[in-house]
Design a binder for this molecule. Structure first.
Ligand SMILES: Cc1cc2nc3c(=O)[nH]c(=O)nc-3n(C[C@H](O)[C@H](O)[C@H](O)COP(=O)(O)OP(=O)(O)OC[C@H]3O[C@@H](n4cnc5c(N)ncnc54)[C@H](O)[C@@H]3O)c2cc1C
Length: 319
């Protein structure tokens, strides 16, 4: 049986329609759209629920809301993933208590937009080869390099940037809005995920206070651990896309008449709808089991990838 999250679904059905039309037609551009999207999410505690376990989230709902978001638009789920699973998660996991106090509240409330900059123009699947450098200069770090395909980089107030220090060790460095030496440009003309903004950005002698380095992020495993949360969100999110396909197909099959009756009355059509309902239900169980494992810290990366792989395949088959 397909499970739905009523509170997020109501919000989608009643509040999101106008926002989605605006974002789709403007190809994801305009700060108003991105900021209002984050604010909507924050109002429903969707971003915060998943990101700050200590704040008392409802067990099991942290990533399941991704399904309802993606039922609306994959770009909306992506936007929330960047804010929650990547930016907030990085600061929450690897930041000091002072850094938590400084940045997390605004990010969780949606008043501040975050981004997570790992990928570079020449280094995507292999981020260990990253060229961006952060060199210590007294009480500052000076960043040089570039990043590409970064969600919300051009409008982000809080940017978590991954760069190598003088020892060649990957570290996390937080840039605040308008840091000198930082510039970004949106990538235009994406064929999909048009609702979410994606940017390339450059750091040219970009000077940030040394205290902006995340003290507990040491090595590439830090950003990679955040990607595990993002993958879990995708495993949930694509279920929403599949549910939308199922509901659309079901509605059409009931309305469309051929040979004197709705095509939903033909067993070959029913078989396709049943397959979708069956695989969506199995995908939900897989994602729920994964979330339970993550809540106890027992999930392994291979299990996370397996859930994402299966559920993405399932959604593509439904489509
Ligand atoms: C819409 C969008 C939003 C994004 N948002 C962010 C973000 O917010 N932050 C961020 O840091 N990054 C972001 N990314 C970047 C994303 O994570 C990278 O696209 C990803 O890491 C792959 O890198 P690449 O695109 O450079 O592909 P490449 O690494 O160049 O790979 C090209 C192809 O080769 C294949 N390939 C590579 N290596 C192997 C191998 N060893 N074996 C078999 N096949 C291989 C890949 O699967 C792929 O099909 C975003 C990307 C997109 C499209």
């Amino acid at each position: 049986m397909i499970v739905k999250l009523p509170c997020v679904r109501d919000w989608h059905d009643h509040d999101l329609t106008g926002l989605l039309q605006h974002r789709r037609t403007s190809h994801g551009r305009g700060t108003r759209g991105a900021r209002s999207g984050e604010a909507f999410c924050a109002r429903r505690s969707i971003v915060g629920d998943r990101s700050l376990p200590s704040r008392g989230r409802i067990p099991g709902t942290s990533h399941s809301s991704d399904g309802e978001l993606e039922r609306a638009d994959s770009g909306l789920r992506s936007l929330v993933s960047v804010q929650g699973a990547l930016t907030i998660q990085a600061i929450h996991s690897f930041g000091s208590s002072e850094q938590h106090a400084r940045w997390l509240l605004g990010l969780v409330s949606g008043e501040r937009v975050g981004c997570f900059a790992l990928t570079e123009h020449g280094h995507g699947s292999d981020p260990d080869e990253m060229e961006t450098r952060a060199e210590r200069d007294g009480d500052y770090y000076v960043l040089n390099g570039s990043k590409c395909w970064i969600g919300n980089a051009s409008i982000a107030d809080v940017k978590v940037v991954w760069a190598k220090d003088e020892d060649g060790r990957v570290g996390g460095f937080v840039l605040e809005k308008d840091a000198p030496g930082f510039r970004a440009r949106d990538i235009e003309g994406k064929f999909s995920l048009r609702m979410s903004r994606t940017s390339e950005c450059w750091f040219e002698n970009c000077r940030i206070p040394a205290e902006n380095r995340l003290p507990n992020a040491s090595g590439l495993k830090a950003p990679l651990s955040c990607l595990l949360y993002a993958r879990t969100g995708i495993a949930w999110g694509v279920i929403g896309a599949a549910i939308d396909c199922y509901e659309t197909a079901m509605t059409y099959a009931k309305e469309r008449e051929q040979f004197g009756r709705p095509i939903a009355g033909f067993q070959l059509v029913q078989q396709k709808l049943v397959w979708m309902a069956q695989e969506i239900t199995k995908a939900q169980l897989l994602a729920l089991r994964l979330t339970r494992l993550m809540e106890t810290g027992a999930a392994r990366p291979a299990q996370i990838s397996l859930a994402k792989r299966n559920n993405v395949w399932m959604a593509l088959q439904c489509a």
